[in-house]
Design a protein around this ligand. Structure first.
Ligand code: GH3
Ligand code: MG
Ligand code: MG
Ligand code: MG
Length: 317
C-alpha cells in the first residue's frame, strides 16, 4: 500500500534494489577465527548480494587475497591466534593500496584504543561488536562507493579527453611493466610511434573542428585494429599516437604497422566539399631491454622522422 501511494517510498525501494544489484560484482573477504562470527557476517553479506570469501586465520586471508585479486573489501577480526588484525592489515597494505582494497576492522574488545590502532595500521574503518547491522552496512557501502569514485578518477586521469583513448600518463605508467613481463617470458616486444601526415595543412584548410573529427576517426579505427589485437594504445598528444606490441619482433611489428597504415589510408570523412582522407607515418623499434622505455620510444620517433623524410605514408624500422 505504501509503495503504491508514496513516491518517496518507491524511490527508496528502487534505490535499495539498485544498490543490492550492483553489489553482485563486489567481492568481500571475511576474516575471523570464530566460525559462528564468520557465518554471521557471511550471511549478512550474502543477503546484500555480495560475493563472499572467508578465512579463519591471517595467513589464510593473505592466501585467499593473493588468489583472488577481485576482492575489494576485507572485514577482519582483531583477535586471532596466528596473526592479529593489525598485522594482517599491515601486510595487506604492503601490496594493496587503499585505492584498490578497503579494510574494515571489527572487534568485541572493550579497548577503545583498538579503532585508532586499526586505522594507523592502514584500515579504512572500524566497528565494535556487537554492531548495529545497519551501521555496518552503511560503512561497507561508503567504502565501496569510495572505491568506485577512485576508479573513476583513475580512469579519467588515464584518458585522453578528445579521443577517449588512453593518454601519455597511462602509456608511461603501464608500458614499462608490460615490457618487463614480456621480456621475462622471453617474448619479443616492439613499440611504434604514429603521426598523421600534413596535419597542420589539414587544420589550416578545413579548420580545427574538422581536424578534431579526423583525430577521433583515426583514434576509433586505431582502437579497433590495435587494441582489439591486445596491444597497448595511447594518444601521446597532438596527432601522435603510440602503441606497444608484446609478442612482435621488429619484422612482425613492421608488418602489423603497415596494415594499420593501409587501413587508416582508406578512411574517409564525408564533408560538403567531398570526402576527406588522411595518411600516417609510423616508426617502429624493437625493445630488447627492460629499462629505458623512453629511449625506445625515442628510437621509434627517430624512425618516424625517417619515414617522413622518405615521403610519408610509410612505415620505417
Ligand atoms: P608532418 O607530416 O611532418 O607530421 O606534418 P604535420 O603538419 O602533421 O606536423 P606538425 O607537427 O607540424 O603539425 C601538427 C599539427 O597538429 C599542429 C597542430 O595545430 C595540430 N594539432 C595538435 N593537436 C591538435 C588537436 O587536438 N586538434 C587539432 N585539430 N589539431 C591539433
Ligand atoms: Mg577472534
Ligand atoms: Mg607531429
Ligand atoms: Mg604530423
Amino acid at each position: 500500500y505504501v509503495i503504491k501511494n508514496n513516491e518517496r517510498a518507491v524511490d527508496m525501494v528502487i534505490e535499495a534494489v539498485e544498490r543490492i544489484l550492483s553489489n553482485r560484482d563486489v567481492c568481500v573477504l571475511v576474516v575471523d577465527d570464530v566460525q559462528s562470527a564468520r557465518k554471521m557476517l557471511t550471511d549478512l553479506l550474502n543477503v546484500q548480494r555480495f560475493h563472499v570469501y572467508s578465512a579463519a586465520t591471517g595467513a589464510e586471508a593473505l592466501t585467499v587475497l593473493a588468489r583472488h585479486p577481485e576482492i575489494e573489501l576485507v572485514l577482519t577480526d582483531y583477535n586471532m591466534p596466528d596473526m592479529d588484525g593489525y598485522e594482517l592489515t599491515r601486510r595487506i597494505r604492503r601490496d594493496h593500496g587503499s585505492d584498490r582494497v578497503r579494510i574494515i576492522g571489527i572487534s568485541s574488545s572493550s579497548d577503545r584504543l583498538l579503532s585508532a590502532s586499526f586505522l594507523k595500521a592502514g584500515a579504512n574503518d572500524f566497528v565494535y561488536r556487537p554492531f548495529v547491522v545497519e551501521e555496518l552496512q552503511c560503512r561497507i557501502q561508503h567504502n565501496i562507493e569510495t572505491l568506485s569514485q577512485l576508479r573513476q578518477l583513475r580512469l579519467a586521469a588515464f584518458s585522453d579527453y578528445l579521443t577517449g583513448l588512453r593518454n601519455r600518463r597511462y602509456f608511461f605508467d603501464e608500458g614499462p611493466p608490460k615490457v618487463a613481463g614480456c621480456l621475462e617470458r622471453g617474448e619479443p616486444c616492439s613499440i611504434a610511434m604514429l603521426d598523421i601526415d600534413h596535419f597542420k595543412k589539414l587544420n589550416d584548410s578545413y579548420g580545427h573542428e574538422i581536424g578534431d573529427r579526423v583525430l577521433k576517426v583515426v583514434a576509433t579505427r586505431l582502437r579497433l585494429i590495435v587494441e582489439e589485437t591486445g596491444h597497448m594504445l595511447a594518444r601521446l598528444g597532438g596527432e601522435e599516437f603510440s602503441f606497444l606490441m608484446p609478442g612482435l619482433d621488429s619484422v612482425m611489428a613492421s608488418q602489423f604497422c603497415d596494415d594499420v597504415r593501409e587501413q587508416i589510408s582508406t578512411l574517409r570523412l564525408a564533408l560538403d566539399e567531398g570526402d576527406l582522407g588522411v595518411t600516417v607515418s609510423i616508426g617502429v623499434a624493437e625493445i630488447v631491454e627492460r629499462e629505458n622505455f623512453s629511449n625506445y620510444l625515442n628510437a621509434a620517433d627517430q624512425f618516424l622522422y625517417l619515414a617522413k623524410n622518405y615521403g610519408r605514408n610509410r612505415v620505417y624500422s
